[in-house]
Design a binder for this molecule. Structure first.
Ligand SMILES: [Zn+2]
Length: 219
């Protein structure tokens, strides 16, 4: 069992030489068919599987991220970039103060990435070793609640997918940076959710897990 926060401090005493994964998700709209916590649920499962395979621990999932681009949709919660970076820094610093020296951040939500990239040098300057691993970006598809995420949810959390709300959502691919989701998709979906399947979900899950395992083992 890799979940660090389910252990007692006594049990953790002898585990400081293990790596720790810090999963980071979001609470943001995922169209009419997926729950707000999609990114957080998925990154937790991915982190858990990576941890099982390489024998490391998993810190509690940080379920809030920077999701300003989704704020036109009710329920989305966004941290300011400063707050987000502060929280991630404090988590890394706490673990480091306990003697954990190998931290692996798995960042699911694309909107968090730039702030983590900004933060890494600060973490390093504080003498903390942390590496950053991305999730969906490595599949080479731009997807928000589309075929990729819907497939992953159909595989891992089928009971949370509103299958009767899946349709061929209209969207246009955003160009450039600084976009608001609403400008490109009225439903909040970017991608072909209607083509999703549990079988593709298994495929994407394994691809992501194997790639992250390989990155961590190569460090
Ligand atoms: Zn997502």
């Amino acid at each position: 069992m890799a979940d660090m926060s389910k252990k007692t401090w006594c049990e953790l005493e002898g585990m400081r030489d293990r790596g720790i994964i810090i999963p980071i998700g979001s609470v943001e709209q995922h169209g009419p068919h997926l729950p707000l916590e999609t990114d957080s649920l998925l990154v937790e499962r991915i982190a858990g599987e990576v941890a099982e395979r390489i024998g490391c621990l998993v810190a509690p999932t940080l379920i809030l991220g920077v999701s300003e681009e989704h704020m036109d949709f009710v329920g989305t919660i966004t941290l300011s970039p400063e707050t987000f970076k502060g929280v991630v820094y404090d988590v890394c610093n706490s673990l480091s103060r306990h003697g954990f020296s190998k931290l692996h951040i798995i960042s699911y939500h694309g909107g968090n990435k730039q702030y983590l990239v900004e933060l890494l040098p600060e973490i390093k300057d504080a003498g903390i070793t942390a590496t950053l691993h991305r999730v969906l970006g490595r599949l080479g598809k731009f997807d928000h609640a589309g075929e990729v995420e819907t497939s992953l949810m159909l595989y891992l959390f089928p009971e949370l997918v509103r299958k009767d709300r899946v349709e061929r959502f209209h969207y246009r691919i955003p160009a450039g940076y600084g976009w608001r989701t609403k400008d490109y998709s009225e439903s909040g979906v970017i991608g072909e959710a209607v083509e999703a399947s549990p079988a593709n979900g298994i495929k994407y899950f394994n691809q992501i897990v194997e790639a992250i395992v390989e990155e961590i083992e190569d460090e």
